[in-house]
Design a protein around this ligand. Structure first.
Ligand code: FEO
Length: 397
């Protein structure tokens, strides 16, 4: 049985839910699954927008056959060449050898490099249109959301924006395609996790795209992952706008590594002290247990980050090292920072965290400290100071 859903009279969703894969990009947990969304517009001419991931090709081709009912496809629009959307291209070309592939210069380059395909390629430029009959397709170049070739495609009649990864989310489609058929609250956290994990580095490019599209009337946003937005369009755009400007809420993420519980004790002390100072949103994570995907998502949400590490081989504890490296590469901005740690004979972990903090340029709320076999009393004073200063900055005292 094949589910074929329509976005409008002539536009169909050909997406596939994936609840088998554990790690998206072999990196990010997807406990709630993910969908790979492809769409097809059946006008006087037929245009397919993107394909699906490699494990979903046979289901996708079955759906495609069901919609086409013997018709051929004129165009395959490649909004994004990352393989979760392009893996089906060779199968589509094999079935429809006369199909024209639509993309930009980078699309052509990557298509050749990835698949050795140099087939019937039609180059399009920013704001160029092609005519399908009743509707036209208009192309908006939106590089780095999230690869250099990424573009968006807009239908002039139904005003549907096929946005690629932008406005996408983790989470398979549980029984509904449109946002009004689903519970938005089920997706908001997954959407922020998707944004922070996949697109977060490219905030300035998301801002450019939002500005570029600001004068365009959009009735539906059909991204490559997650629901088609037709009810909460402005909410979805405002969330992406907020995250891409690194705007945060008042709250603190405390992340620690701890082998024998000493750094963990300090993390708990700081958390309780923050609560006493009036901070309500506090998330405490053991970096050895919680995947950094979730920690990163909360760092995008909250203004404050306090990191604690034991010294390990004269440096930062490895799970914390992975986290700080990801923060640096994601180019996250506008946060408040606190640093603490512990060691038994010679330090080094906190020194490395300080060096890292100088590179990312966040505001430090208190002097970092590293406890070398000091009394518990001194440690409590230091934890209280970091909590007090963080709370004061958050509450503008
Ligand atoms: Fe969903 Fe950047 O691929």
């Amino acid at each position: 049985m094949t589910q074929i859903k329509k976005l409008s009279e002539n536009v169909y969703w050909l997406g596939i839910n994936d609840r088998k894969t554990h790690l998206f990009e072999n990196l990010w947990p997807i406990d709630k699954g993910v969908s790979y969304n492809s769409y097809i517009i059946c006008d006087e001419k037929v245009a397919l927008i993107d394909t699906v991931e490699t494990g979903a090709i046979s289901k996708f081709m079955e759906k495609l056959d069901g919609v086409l009912n013997g018709r051929t496809i004129d165009y395959l629009v490649i909004n994004h060449l990352e393989p979760d959307h392009s893996a089906g291209i060779p199968a589509v070309i094999e079935r429809f050898p006369n199909i024209k592939l639509i993309g930009n210069n980078n699309t052509a380059k990557f298509l050749s490099g990835y698949f050795n395909i140099n087939h019937n390629f039609q180059l399009v430029k920013d704001l160029e249109e092609i005519d399908l009959g009743q509707t036209k397709l208009k192309f908006y170049m939106t590089p780095m959301i999230h690869w250099p070739e990424t573009m968006m495609t807009y239908t002039t009649s139904e005003e549907i924006l096929f946005s690629g990864d932008a406005f996408g989310t983790f989470g398979a489609l549980d029984g509904g395609l449109f946002d009004d058929e689903l519970n938005f609250d089920d997706y908001e956290n997954e959407m922020r996790r998707y944004y922070s994990n996949i697109v977060g580095k490219y905030g300035k490019h998301v801002q450019k795209a939002i500005q570029k599209l600001s004068g365009t009337s959009v009735k539906m946003i059909a991204s490559t992952h997650g629901p088609v937005w037709r009810k909460d369009i402005s909410k979805v755009i405002s969330l992406y706008d907020k995250w891409s400007k690194y705007e945060t809420e008042d709250g603190v993420v405390i992340v620690y590594g701890s082998m024998y519980g000493n750094t963990e004790k300090m993390a708990d002390s700081i958390a309780f002290a923050l609560k006493d100072e009036g901070i309500h949103n506090i998330k405490v994570y053991n970096a050895s247990k919680t995947h950094l995907s979730y920690i990163l998502s909360d760092i995008f949400k909250y203004k404050g980050l306090i990191i604690g590490t034991p010294t390990y081989n004269a440096g930062v504890y490895p799970p914390i090292e992975a986290l700080i490296s990801t923060i640096e590469h994601s180019e996250i901005k506008n946060h408040l920072l606190g640093i603490f740690g512990s060691c038994t004979w010679v330090g080094g972990g906190v020194k490395k965290l300080i060096e890292w903090s100088e590179k990312i340029g966040w505001e430090m709320v208190a002097d970092p400290f590293e406890n070398i076999s000091v009394s518990e009393n001194k440690s409590i004073v230091q934890c209280n100071t970091i909590a007090k200063n963080m709370a004061a900055k958050l509450m503008n005292k």
